[in-house]
Design a protein. Structure first.
Length: 288
């Protein structure tokens, strides 16, 4: 079965490609920004028609949360990549009769529910990035009403090996390790409760959705055990045996243009749970 991974050299895309290449039941084809123009619908359609995949996985995304909050041109770009482009990829998948898999975010929720968010809870984003991702969700839902087969996967706070693309960003844990090497004391925000998600685990669960022929629809796939940034950093330093003083602070200590949800833990009520993030973090630290 041929699977086309768009954005296959990004942080998540690299892991997706590895997972599908390792399974002889799949023929993995990867395309990245040098292979097609994501902002050109015809360029995307032409590539899909050329590959003729049975499955299309969209691992492309705009994720400069603060930049698109303070810059109108950047917000326009976010809406094109996270919204409009998702629509015409979904349309091409529908035309080709392919299964479409797309990733969204906990930032589509307002963050006012301390009990976490189910798959069927109503989105209400509080920043432009979340609004742009919601546009993508709506584009997928619209095409599903016309017969599109799809998995819309919401996830959050990705970490794991750096992708092959030069623009791939380091994760929160990578940044914390770097800062701990440079400073004796760190101030870390003890807010924004969410789920840290290991990209190899997410890639494997994505394939498992397909393998198990899970019903089409929305899924929340995150590593278990909610945490704030401070709690996650504390876990990191405990695992590594790093002795650095860390001080929990409010988010107002580091003002940012975009509001962040206070509580955006994604509840997985529909599929096999992922392991707790500390276990995944140990794997990451041991293998990199």
């Amino acid at each position: 079965m041929k699977v086309l991974i768009l954005g296959h050299q990004g942080n998540l895309g690299t892991q997706l490609f590895k997972v599908f290449v390792a399974d002889n039941n799949y023929e993995a084809v990867g395309l990245d920004r040098s292979d097609f123009d994501l902002l050109n619908p015809q360029s995307v359609v032409d590539k899909i028609n050329e590959v003729k995949p049975a499955i299309i996985i969209n691992a492309t995304a705009y994720n400069a949360v603060d930049k698109c909050e303070e810059d109108a041109e950047e917000f326009a770009l976010a809406k094109k990549i996270n919204g409009e482009a998702v629509g015409y990829i979904a349309a091409a998948a529908l035309e080709a009769g392919a299964l479409f898999i797309h990733y969204s975010t906990d930032y589509v929720f307002a963050g006012d529910n301390q009990n976490g968010y189910r798959e069927d809870d109503a989105p209400a984003p509080i920043n432009n990035y979340g609004r742009s991702k919601l546009l993508g969700e709506e584009a997928v839902t619209k095409k599903s009403e016309q017969g599109l087969k799809y998995y819309l996967i919401r996830t959050s706070k990705l970490f794991g090996p750096r992708g092959l693309a030069p623009a791939s960003k380091p994760s929160f844990f990578d940044l914390m390790l770097d800062l701990a090497n440079k400073r004796d004391e760190l101030e870390i925000v003890n807010e924004e409760v969410s789920a840290f998600t290991y990209t190899p685990d997410l890639a494997f669960k994505t394939k498992e959705l397909i393998d198990k022929k899970a019903p089409f629809g929305v899924y929340h796939l995150v590593n278990s055990q909610p945490a704030t940034w401070y709690e996650a950093a504390s876990e990191l330093f405990k695992i590594k045996g790093i002795h650095v003083k860390i001080e929990p602070v409010a988010s107002t200590k580091f003002p940012r243009p975009a509001l962040r949800p206070k509580y955006s833990y994604l509840l997985n009520t529909k599929f096999i749970a992922l392991r707790d993030y500390p276990e995944a973090l140990k794997d990451y630290l041991n293998n990199n």
